[in-house]
Design a protein around this ligand. Structure first.
Ligand code: HSE
Length: 344
């Protein structure tokens, strides 16, 4: 079965995804009986093209590499904005990869809404629409018999949402505790090795882990967005950003790190959800984790999550939390899930 895709946003994640399609399309057809045709791409910086006959992945990547931009490719339609791409493109799925805004969720939320209203499935790695508008968007999708894939919003392509939603939900998830921000984990790991907070943050920025405004990482907003997403999806709790009791890592000193080490503990920024008699308590805060707990050994920009379940006890998943191919892979897994659901 062939799926036509419209990409909104063609930055690192979009390019990573298109590289995967370029390299794996034959295997995808052999393994899963699917193929993907990219019929539209728009990007605020690189321009916009649309053509129902589709674009070769390599031609799209080349247009970025050679500096010509998307408009340099021949196409039936040029210059469509993201709203028009979401509404009018000849696509079965809109892949929404524009920048995250955790205050308004826009413009991504409008893109998602328009795509659903015009009968298209959605896959997004954008935390904004999911953290801020999940009840409305998921209801709209259900009304129309459509799906929204959101695996890449938490821990990139590491299958956190899928594991919780499809494989552990019946085990009754009572609590979730995770290292959900790679930048903070990288900074804490470097500080343990003796770096100053400022040097470690500069390194995380150089390596490309940090958000454009690192306050989003170090003050815990990014992790809080992921906590809200996990609460809504996996614990069925209609949380919003203001429900998360949030503290970042900017107040931690080298002395704090050393005194934890002396006690056989390690500071980690922990995003947590815990079901109690009064509902789910959500927080993000630096915690001293004992060296005996699996989360303590997760170093650098790596992410991890521990699900505490009634039937399976603790289940811990460790994996990438960001990255070009890793987040691109989340788009592929969501697309395959759409196929499985429709085919089944
Ligand atoms: N800035 C984020 C992080 C990227 O450091 O984990 C993924 O959301």
């Amino acid at each position: 079965m062939e799926y036509r895709l419209a990409l909104i946003g063609f930055g690192t994640v979009g390019q990573g995804f298109v590289e995967i399609l370029r390299d794996r399309n034959v295997e995808l057809t052999e393994q899963f009986g699917v193929s993907y045709r990219i019929t539209g791409v728009c990007d605020a910086r690189l321009g916009s093209i649309h053509d129902p006959s589709g674009f070769e992945p390599e031609a799209l990547l080349d247009a970025v590499r050679n500096g010509g931009g998307l408009e340099s490719l021949s196409a039936i339609d040029h210059g469509w904005d993201a709203m028009r791409m979401a509404e009018d493109s000849a696509a079965d799925v809109v892949v929404e990869l524009s920048f995250t805004d955790l205050e308004t969720g826009e413009p991504a939320t409008t893109h998602v809404r328009k795509a659903l209203e015009s009968g298209k499935h959605v896959v997004t790695t954008n935390k904004g629409p999911v953290a801020l508008h999940w009840p409305e968007l998921s209801e709209l999708a259900a009304e129309r018999g459509l799906q929204i894939g959101v695996e890449g919003t938490v821990m990139s392509g590491t299958p956190t949402v899928n594991l919780g939603l499809n494989l552990l939900r019946a085990a009754n998830i009572r609590a979730v505790r995770g290292i959900l921000n790679g930048t903070c984990n990288y900074i804490l790991t470097r500080m343990e090795a003796g770096s100053s907070y400022e040097d470690a943050l500069a390194e995380a920025q150089e390596k490309g882990y940090a958000e454009a405004d690192p306050a989003g990482d170090v003050e815990g907003f990014d992790a809080a967005g992921k906590v809200v997403i996990l609460g809504n999806l996996l614990m069925n709790e209609p949380l919003s950003m203001s429900d998360v009791d949030r503290t970042g890592i900017s107040g931690l000193t080298l002395e704090d790190i050393e005194s934890a080490a002396a006690a056989g503990e390690r500071w980690k920024l922990i995003g947590s959800l815990e079901r109690g008699p009064d509902g789910v308590k959500a927080s993000v805060a630096p915690e001293r984790v004992p060296l005996t707990h699996p989360l303590s050994s997760v170093g650098g920009a790596m992410n991890a999550v521990t699900f505490d379940t009634e039937l399976m006890g603790e289940v811990t998943l460790v994996g990438a939390g960001a990255g070009r191919v890793e987040t691109g892979y989340s788009v592929l897994t969501d697309l395959l899930e759409i196929h499985r659901t429709r085919a089944g």
